[in-house]
Design a protein around this ligand. Structure first.
Ligand SMILES: NC(=O)c1ccc[n+]([C@@H]2O[C@H](COP(=O)([O-])OP(=O)(O)OC[C@H]3O[C@@H](n4cnc5c(N)ncnc54)[C@H](OP(=O)(O)O)[C@@H]3O)[C@@H](O)[C@H]2O)c1
Length: 243
């Protein structure tokens, strides 16, 4: 078993996930680029490897049990353990998402990826995380899921437009994260949520104002927390995000 730290980042073929993978590689980690589509996955891995980084492809659709189980097998064979899991893959479900007119199928689809996908991948990886000396889980959430910010003054400015599938999927993810924190309280796994800020990616038609590198910073910090670091928190660059 290598001493090199090993991470898996889901949805790492582009956007923030790609930059999380690149950032962890730059810190000397070996990083599995979790991605569902082979051409996009191969291109991302090639780009990282061409830059001299230790990346490898992990075929992974977070909505598909079979690929998730295969991903765990691949990492078990390659490294025998996992030091950090970054659950980054996510979708918005498109728009508009007014509560009064939303198609319930959109909500199911978004929850399947943004919430159940995280549970599926996390549960498949927990045995591997259990073999790490300092395991970390980072769930890529969003401040749009902060109930405190949505109900506070200036909700629209701080949490974006009404989006009844996407925003509550991140509130749901935050709640799920805390359930893991409670269940795993007796372990050394540090589990936190990250908000990347409003980042220019495909997710928002590149309307975001931050770069994917900037968006990756908090997740990288949480994936590399020292022992004794925080767990059960929700963080952005500026500090703690209220639930
Ligand atoms: N951009 C922002 O302003 C912002 C703000 C707050 C939170 N976030 C969160 O940050 C995360 C990354 O978003 P991003 O902005 O980087 O978006 P992005 O560029 O659209 O990237 C999303 C990634 O998720 C992958 N993905 C989607 N569904 C998947 C599935 N079923 N299985 C595996 N991979 C899947 C995509 O793969 P494909 O290429 O195959 O579609 C892509 O790699 C998301 O969780 C998002 O909610 C983003």
């Amino acid at each position: 078993m290598s001493d090199k730290k090993i991470a898996l980042v889901t949805g790492a073929n582009k956007g923030i996930g790609y930059e999380i993978a690149a950032g962890l590689c730059a810190l000397g980690w070996s990083v599995g680029v979790g991605a569902r589509e082979q051409t996009r996955r191969d291109a991302a891995v090639a780009r990282l490897r061409d830059a001299g980084l230790d990346a490898f492809g992990v075929p992974l659709d977070v909505t598909d049990d079979r690929t998730v189980a295969a991903a765990a097998d691949l990492i078990a064979e390659r490294a025998g353990r996992l030091d950090a899991l970054v659950n980054n893959a996510g979708i918005t479900g498109g728009g508009p998402q007014q509560p009064s007119s939303v198609d319930p199928a959109v909500i199911r689809t978004v929850v399947e990826t943004n919430v159940i996908g995280v549970i599926r991948v996390t549960n498949a990886m927990l045995p591997l995380l259990g073999r790490s000396a300092s395991p970390r889980i980072v769930n890529m959430s969003s401040s749009v899921g902060s109930l405190a910010r949505q109900s506070g003054p200036g909700g629209e400015t701080s949490t974006g437009p009404v989006a009844v599938a996407y925003a509550p999927s991140k509130s749901f993810l935050n709640a799920v994260t805390l359930q893991y924190v409670r269940e795993l309280a007796d372990t050394n796994i540090l589990i936190n949520c990250a908000c990347p800020g409003f980042v220019a990616t495909d997710l928002n038609g590149f309307r975001g104002v931050r770069t994917p590198q900037q968006g990756a910073a908090t997740a990288i910090r949480l994936a590399t927390l020292p022992d004794g670091g925080p767990t059960g928190g929700f963080f952005e660059d500026a500090g703690v995000v209220p639930w």
